[in-house]
Design a binder for this molecule. Structure first.
Ligand code: PLP
Length: 373
């Protein structure tokens, strides 16, 4: 079955007369649970909930591929999913290899908390597969490709193979492409981690994260982390996610086409110093991206002359909503340096292409660029 069909059908309930096509949310804290709790699927909702189960089955189908089956665990946010992987795997003295340009909150979490508890961090760039040189003795290799917001790319299959030879577990933060755009588990990673706040759900109305994994022992540790730490998502969010996921193929295809057209257009404009998008043949990671991605993603970055030019561009645009986050059905953009924390220029803009008509987006971007002259 092709990916789009698999995803669209993944949120349906089992075929049984009288059963609704889609499950409703189950609101419960405790469940009826007499006797031996190990024989009962649901006892207390901090551990498991039937609406999570539906969502996890859908995500597991999306993350599974030729010859392997994934399981998935859902979290209250992408950061909760990242934290669960760090917390379940790393112990004092362990070495974790992280991208120096990883999503900044994951980096800060690793530096300000896990490193303080005795985890040894090796921060190295994503580009040019630089992590390859730092795998010796590592327990965890954390990959983010394309990286947010600099859009650097590395080779997941190559790095996973080398990391496994070195005895490390490999986790990929797959947020920007989603599991439809890129399949880390098929490329050899052990864990596929994502913020589903972005394209996976795509309506800018919920926070959500998940971890997909093949190994059941690893799954058990991450599941236990979630139950013990308890920052779980509610059934309403899980249900909203189920409604949204079925349209992922439609939304992602359209937004990635729009991102490609916008990147190509920006590359022709004299006001733009650099365009960073793996779908451009001029991008240094294009060949790798072409090999390992189904779609190049809805996110691109570009650099204008300075802070003032970037602010004028954003103020002048009518169709790029000035907001953080990405992967929504509505196009958004922001001057990324306003947050600090990333090594980027003051005129650096991260743009998330939505699903609007491309002609309108290009017209709007053209007039906003004109205003920066
Ligand atoms: C690459 C990446 N990973 C993780 C996260 C964290 O996700 P959340 O905001 O859902 O916690 C983000 C959020 O922007 C992200 O861009």
């Amino acid at each position: 079955m092709r990916e789009a069909t698999k995803i669209i059908r993944s949120t349906l309930t089992r075929t049984a007369p009288g059963e609704p096509l889609h499950p409703g949310p189950v609101f419960a804290a405790p469940y009826h649970a007499p006797g031996d709790p190990s024989a009962i699927p649901y006892t207390y909702a901090r551990s498991h909930n039937p609406t999570w189960t539906h969502l996890e089955k859908s995500l597991a189908q999306i993350e599974s591929g030729e010859g392997y089956r994934a399981t998935a665990l859902v979290f209250a946010s992408g950061m909760a999913a990242c934290t669960a992987v760090f917390g379940a795997i790393l112990r004092p003295g362990d070495i974790a290899v992280l991208p120096a340009n990883a999503y900044y909150a994951a980096r800060v979490l690793a530096q300000e908390y896990f490193a303080q508890m005795g985890i040894r961090l090796r921060l190295t760039p994503t580009a040019n597969n630089a992590q390859l040189q730092h795998l010796e003795g590592a327990k965890l290799l954390w990959i983010e490709t394309p990286s947010n917001p600099t859009m650097d790319v590395c080779d997941i299959a190559l790095l996973s193979e080398a990391a496994h030879r070195a005895g490390a577990i490999v986790a990929v933060d797959n947020t920007t492409p989603t599991a439809l755009g890129q399949s880390p588990l098929a490329l050899g990673a052990d864990l596929s981690v994502a913020s589903d706040t972005k394209s996976m759900t795509g309506h800018s109305d919920i926070l959500l994260g998940h971890v997909a994994v093949r190994d059941l022992e690893l799954r058990q540790k991450i599941d236990q982390w979630r139950t013990l730490t308890g920052g779980i998502l509610g059934p309403m969010e899980a249900w909203l996610a189920l409604r949204s996921i079925a349209t992922l193929p439609l939304r992602l295809e359209r937004s990635c086409l729009n991102a490609q057209s916008i990147a190509e257009f920006l590359a022709t404009r004299p006001e733009v110093e650099t365009v960073l998008y793996p779908g451009l043949p001029t991008h240094p990671g294009h060949a790798i991206a072409k090999k390992q991605m189904r779609y190049y993603g809805p996110v691109l970055s570009f650099i204008l002359r300075d802070k003032a030019a970037a602010e004028t561009f954003l103020a002048q645009s009518k169709l790029l909503t000035d907001a953080t986050s990405f992967g929504g059905i509505t196009s958004t953009a922001e001057r990324r340096a306003r947050w600090g924390g990333d090594q980027i220029a003051e005129g650096f803009i991260r743009l998330s292409a939505g699903c609007e008509a491309i002609e309108d987006l290009l017209e709007d971007i053209a007039q906003a660029l004109d205003a920066t002259r």
